[in-house]
Design a protein around this ligand. Structure first.
Ligand SMILES: [Zn+2]
Length: 177
């Protein structure tokens, strides 16, 4: 019986945020400044394997993954403008606005690249001490369109650089950073 496949367990938590972006070098209307109500489906598994649960029967408490990942999204992407670091024209424009919150991406802020950034860079940073890893991030840009980034079965163990930080300039509170 021992060669029967073992049931694997994962959790999915939905998280929502709003952000603006534009797609650098897009050939059509996505090159204009616009925004979306994004939804993230964050799927996590136990870091030590897909069958681990605690004494209560949980991989991890849902509230903890919400707190960590939604906390990061609220601080850095929610109500911010996401701009590709090579999009110097958009960066120059957004720096004319005050108050403002923006986040410089190392890649174009497509749903695919945003999902990959959350999976590869943000999730290790916010989840590692909870004993779980993100297996996939599904990033819904609209109710119909979603990009999915999935962790490989045997990921290379490299510590990623820490995620970037939002730039928030708001003289109403005397805050610049
Ligand atoms: Zn868009």
């Amino acid at each position: 019986m021992s060669d029967l496949p073992t049931t694997q367990l994962s959790l999915i938590r939905q998280l929502k945020f709003c952000a603006g972006h534009r797609l650098f070098r897009h050939e059509s209307r996505c090159a204009f400044f616009h925004g979306h109500n994004y939804q993230v489906d964050l799927e996590v598994v136990a870091a030590r394997g897909g069958i681990e649960v605690d004494d209560v029967g949980r991989i991890v408490d849902f509230s903890l993954i919400k707190k960590r990942m939604l906390g990061w999204l609220d601080d850095h992407w929610d109500h911010a403008f996401l701009i590709h670091e090579q999009d110097t024209n958009a960066l120059a424009a957004i720096r004319q606005v005050e108050p403002v919150k923006y986040f410089v991406m190392p890649t174009n802020p497509t749903a695919e690249n945003m999902a990959r950034y959350l999976l590869e860079v943000v999730s290790p940073h916010v989840l590692s001490d909870l004993g779980v890893v993100a297996r996939s991030i599904s990033l819904w840009e609209t109710a119909e369109s979603c990009a999915v980034a999935t962790r490989p079965d045997h990921p290379v163990a490299v510590a990623p650089d820490p995620p970037g930080e939002a730039v928030i300039i708001d003289s109403r509170n005397g805050v610049a950073g």
